[in-house]
Design a protein around this ligand. Structure first.
Ligand code: EPU
Length: 432
């Protein structure tokens, strides 16, 4: 087991480069399944969710060549199986994008139900099922496996999403790309990674318009052919480092970002007394004065992202006064507050609302990450706190943050990853 050990209280200074967007990569890699020929994909983040997806594709018969650290050639021409029911599938949420991609390519798919971060609530896929059913697929979920079948190919349909769902928007877009006729998705999600997936598919020959608005129109095509694509920078990784600097103080230039994508986060940080300067493809974040209270409500893009909620809540624990954070996307995304309480945070949760009383300072403690963004929040808390913080459960963090330890160390943080026996007591007994 790996733990992060952080000796906090040191300001961050310097430059950091943001990696490719996780949530774009986990949609674009399955999309390569529908392409005849080689896709050269650049700016792929080196994180465990991506490694798992690439392994799934390999198991299905894809040829994958590493060009350099962040560039891969993916050739799925030889893939003949429409099933992805491996154990590995259960561990990542984005495995469900294989459903849309396989249905698009083969007209049939058998895919294990998604795993991924568990915030404690249910993560339904009814809107995905509704979309594929409208497009003529018969859908069935048995023993944790989704079975989807058409007579030949999916057929275009008009689909109104009852909830704004990133996953359903992406999955329907994938299925519709190689379908017969026109699909219209209304009440579609508008996140930057949805636009990125549409751009990827269009560059391979798809006909998708309106991505980035709440109505997406897809004219099915017969074939996609290989090409070159570079994934956008990760909005949430960038936001997490912005929050870290806001917490510790100091000045950091965060490079390889699209400042437009950061507006929802930059705006909140400015309200909290943090300086954020936009450059062409970077932001400079500095904080010298105190953090100020504010209220935050998470919403689908362009609202404040739910995937930044634990990180901003952690910052608000160190702000002057009382702040209110409302979670507008997920039912249960405040489980991490018990861990923050061990470090002196004062947060009262009722349903989807957290009332946060700012405290003068946080103190280091042993804590455990329960999901990816909760883990990122604990790293921020550890960097901000006085004393030593030990974080367990870092495999969650490494699902979505490339080289987080090295990146933070380069900014002057005292953080290290140490490997410890899984259960020290048992190891001690065995040794003695
Ligand atoms: N929902 C339904 N029915 C569905 C699908 C979703 O009711 O069929 C509900 C969910 O329960 C939730 C809301 O709709 O309340 C939004 O869910 P969405 O489908 O948008 O989430 P997702 O696609 O499963 C992606 C990201 C999450 C991020 C959400 C919201 C990926 C792989 N995951 O999940 O990212 O929180 O969108 O922005 O893209 C993360 O990166 O840490 C992460 C959890």
């Amino acid at each position: 087991m790996t733990k992060y050990i952080i000796n906090g209280g040191k300001p961050l200074n310097g430059e950091i480069v943001v990696s490719g967007a996780k949530n774009a990569a986990v949609a674009i890699i399955p999309a390569a399944l529908m392409v005849d020929g080689v896709c050269r994909i650049e700016n792929i983040p080196q994180i465990s969710d991506v490694t798992m997806l690439l392994n799934i594709l390999k198991q299905m018969g894809a040829e994958i060549r590493t060009v350099n650290r962040h560039t891969m050639d993916i050739d799925c021409t030889g893939v003949t199986m429409s099933e992805a029911t491996f154990d590995m599938m259960r561990r990542i949420r984005a495995s469900y994008y294989l459903l849309g991609a396989l249905l698009g390519r083969f007209g049939t798919a058998k895919v294990a139900m998604p795993g991924g971060c568990n915030f404690g609530g249910v993560r339904p896929i009814d809107q995905h099922v509704k979309g594929f059913t409208a497009m003529g697929a018969s859908m069935d979920v048995r023993n944790g496996i989704v079975f989807a079948e058409t007579a030949g190919r999916l057929e275009g349909a008009s689909i109104y999403l009852d909830v704004v769902s990133v996953g359903a928007t992406i999955n329907i877009m994938l299925g519709a790309t190689l379908s017969i006729g026109r699909t219209v998705i209304e009440n579609a999600a508008r996140e930057p990674h949805i636009v990125d997936l549409a751009n990827f598919l269009n560059s391979m020959g798809a006909d998708i318009r309106g991505a980035g608005t709440n109505v997406i129109k897809i004219n099915g095509v017969n074939k996609l052919t290989g090409g070159f694509y570079s994934i956008i920078p990760d909005q949430i990784e960038a936001g997490t480092y912005m929050a870290a600097v806001a917490g510790t103080g100091g000045e950091v230039t965060i490079k390889n970002v699209i400042p437009k994508h950061m507006e929802c986060i930059s705006g909140k940080l400015r309200e909290m007394g943090v300086e954020v300067e936009d450059l062409e493809d970077a932001v400079i974040v500095r904080r010298n004065g105190p953090l100020l209270k504010t209220n935050v409500k998470t919403m689908p893009y362009p609202g404040f992202p739910t995937d930044m909620q634990p990180q901003i809540s952690t910052l608000l624990c160190c702000a002057e006064g009382t702040s209110i954070v409302t979670e507008g996307v997920w039912d249960n995304r405040f489980k991490y507050v018990d861990e923050l309480a061990k470090m002196g945070c004062q947060i009262q949760v009722s349903g989807r609302t957290a009332v946060i009383e700012g405290v003068d300072s946080l103190t280091g403690a042993p804590v455990k990450a329960g999901d990816l963004r909760a883990g990122a929040a604990l790293v921020i808390a550890g960097l901000t706190a006085s004393g030593t913080t030990e974080i367990e459960g870092v495999s969650y963090i490494e699902r979505g943050y490339e080289n987080i330890v090295e990146k933070l160390r380069a900014l002057g943080a005292d953080i290290s990853a140490v490997v410890v026996p899984d259960d020290p007591e048992i190891a001690e007994l065995e040794a003695g």
